[in-house]
Design a protein around this ligand. Structure first.
Ligand code: G16
Length: 545
């Protein structure tokens, strides 16, 4: 007998507005009775036409992932979905979820992840809805979800036991089919279509040594299957490759601060030729050469400039898109290629329309995100394979490729300074004070740098005309340098101030300089303008990337 649908009365929570990438909160917030259910029901209530359709569900394996998935399966059945595709053990990396949604023409997907944020009972959890194009719901959808969450009076679920998700296969839940799928298969097949696996295998067989740090997170199984099993990299190439619910107590964020195992090896004696790391849900990437760090902004520019070497992109790029705080290195490549470069607000969701409309092929963000029109999420392993494919063709090291790029295009020296966990009032006070100063800045001189413009970034989507305002305070100088100030939309505690610093330098004699050294005067100006130390009480940033 089919389990009956239960209509459970509930009252709204007032904090369910999705941020930069879905709803991210502490696990204890999500575990409040009805909290997850309210949000999931609000997603379903804001959608139309999904009856009998397919939903994709999976997450990054963090603490509480499986429990949340069981709740979602019962609710999806009670709400009338026809089929759910769920990754084995509830696992799906974010880019793989996007690939599965697209490959199976699903109605949409629910992805459980707080990305690079730590996991565990006292750490973070998250959920986001992706639409049928495989990408994060655009703002009009997330705002509709939020509106629904403010009015919710009941959610629908089933009285049914948990399902076994440990083995691929199909089962039935309240009239809905549940198919447990191999989380890697669709994704690996897609990678094989885009990249020259033969050339990459050849590079690896030639003695070129690589290391991939999965940071105890979701990319472990993907990297084992693709790098070691299909491409023949030696066992041990993938480190920290078993997903753990608390990511081994670490912070699964692939940057110089948190990916310390990899960084130590890549900057140590006898370092491998190439190093990379990905984050909690597999959409971010960090690329390193031997003793050399590639900024995410430079990585996007290098991939764009070399895309013709890679089979999936050999036909050329339609355009490039980057988030506003990302450096303008990619703009220079786009100009040379004679293709457009779009500047969007922070958040992968803003790339979706450009990709769907065929106006951009490659996208990237300073926050260690790079991707293309192959899915609608940024994609960590994809970026690694793209780099390996380029290196396999060029037969040069990472540092040589980047330095040659700088010599040709000039260097956009770049850094981001993060001040984490500052009191929300101090952060909003700092931004309000700075915003009030903007109008008077153009034409003034700051430590010998003349301000060309100062504004609060707003965006009009060129495809559907939708607008987004208040997306970051920009101060631009006459020599093209920029300082951008933003508050993060992904944190779960207090506020995180991000200060983005950029200076263009065409002079190869200065390309050896450390970014902090080359940006020292801008760093000083940023503190003076925003009164960072005075208002946050911090002497230095928590994280510098
Ligand atoms: C998310 C978004 C990215 C964004 C990043 C940082 O990444 O998908 O588009 O650049 O957050 O956002 P914020 O500066 O607001 O913290 P992820 O990897 O956390 O999903």
């Amino acid at each position: 007998m089919s389990p009956t649908v239960k209509h459970v009365p509930t009252t709204p929570f007032d904090d369910q507005r999705p941020g930069t990438s879905g709803l991210r909160k502490k696990v204890r917030t999500f575990r409040q009775p009805g909290y997850l259910e309210n949000f999931v029901q609000s997603v379903f209530d804001s959608l139309e036409g999904f009856r009998g359709q397919t939903l994709v569900v999976g997450g990054d394996g963090r603490y509480w992932n499986l429990e949340a998935i069981q709740v979602i399966l019962r609710m999806a059945a009670a709400n009338g979905f026809g089929r759910v595709l769920v990754g084995r053990d509830g696992l799906l990396s974010t880019p793989a979820a996007s690939a599965v949604i697209r490959a199976h023409r699903a109605f949409g997907g629910l992805i459980l992840s707080a990305s690079h944020n730590p996991g565990g009972p006292d750490a973070d959890f998250g959920i986001k809805y992706n639409t049928g194009n495989g990408g994060p719901a655009p703002e009009k959808v997330t705002e509709a979800i939020y509106a629904a969450s403010r009015q919710i009076g009941e959610y629908r679920t089933l009285e049914a036991p948990d399902l076994d998700l440990s083995r691929p296969g199909a089962t039935e839940l309240g009239g809905m089919q549940v198919e447990v799928i191999d989380p890697v298969a669709d994704y690996a097949a897609l990678m094989e279509r885009l990249f020259d696996f033969g050339a990459i295998s050849g590079l690896l067989a030639s003695g070129f040594r690589i290391r991939f740090d999965a940071m105890h997170a979701i990319t472990g199984p993907y990297a084992h299957a693709i790098l070691e099993q299909r491409l023949g990299a030696p066992a041990g190439t993938v480190i920290n490759g078993t997903p753990l619910p608390d990511f081994g107590g670490g912070h699964p964020d692939p940057n110089l601060t948190y990916a310390h195992d990899l960084v130590e090896e890549m900057y140590g004696p006898d370092a491998p030729d190439f190093g990379a790391a990905s984050d909690g849900d597999g959409d971010r990437n960090m690329i390193l050469g031997r003793g050399f760090f590639v900024t995410p902004s430079d990585s996007l520019a290098v991939l764009a400039a070399n895309a013709r070497l890679v089979p999936g992109y050999a036909g050329g790029l339609k355009g490039i898109a980057r988030s506003m705080p990302t450096s303008q290195a990619a703009d220079r490549v786009a100009e040379k290629l004679g293709i457009p470069c779009f500047e969007t607000p922070t958040g992968w969701k803003f790339f979706g329309n450009l990709l769907d409309a065929g106006r951009a092929t490659l996208c990237g963000e300073e926050s260690f995100g790079t991707g293309s029109d192959h899915v609608r999420e940024k994609d960590g392993l994809w970026a690694v394979l793209f780099w390996l494919n380029i290196l396999a063709v060029r037969r040069e090291g990472v540092e040589a490729v980047v330095r040659t790029h700088w010599a040709e295009f000039g260097r956009n020296v770049y850094s981001r300074h993060d001040y984490e966990g500052i009191p929300a009032e101090a952060a909003s006070g700092l931004m309000a004070h700075l915003r009030a100063r903007l109008a008077a800045l153009p034409g003034t001189d700051l430590d010998g740098n003349r301000v060309a413009y100062a504004d609060d970034f707003g965006y009009t989507d060129p495809v559907d005309g939708s607008t987004s305002s208040g997306q970051g305070l920009r101060v631009g100088f006459e020599d093209g340098s920029r300082i951008v100030f933003r508050l993060s939309g992904t944190g779960t505690e207090g506020a995180t101030l991000r200060v983005y610093l950029e200076r263009f330098d065409p002079d190869t004699d200065r390309h050896h300089l450390d970014a902090q050294e080359a940006l020292a005067d801008l760093i000083h100006i940023a503190d003076g303008l925003a009164e960072i130390r005075a208002r946050t009480g911090r002497e230095a940033p928590d994280v510098i990337t």
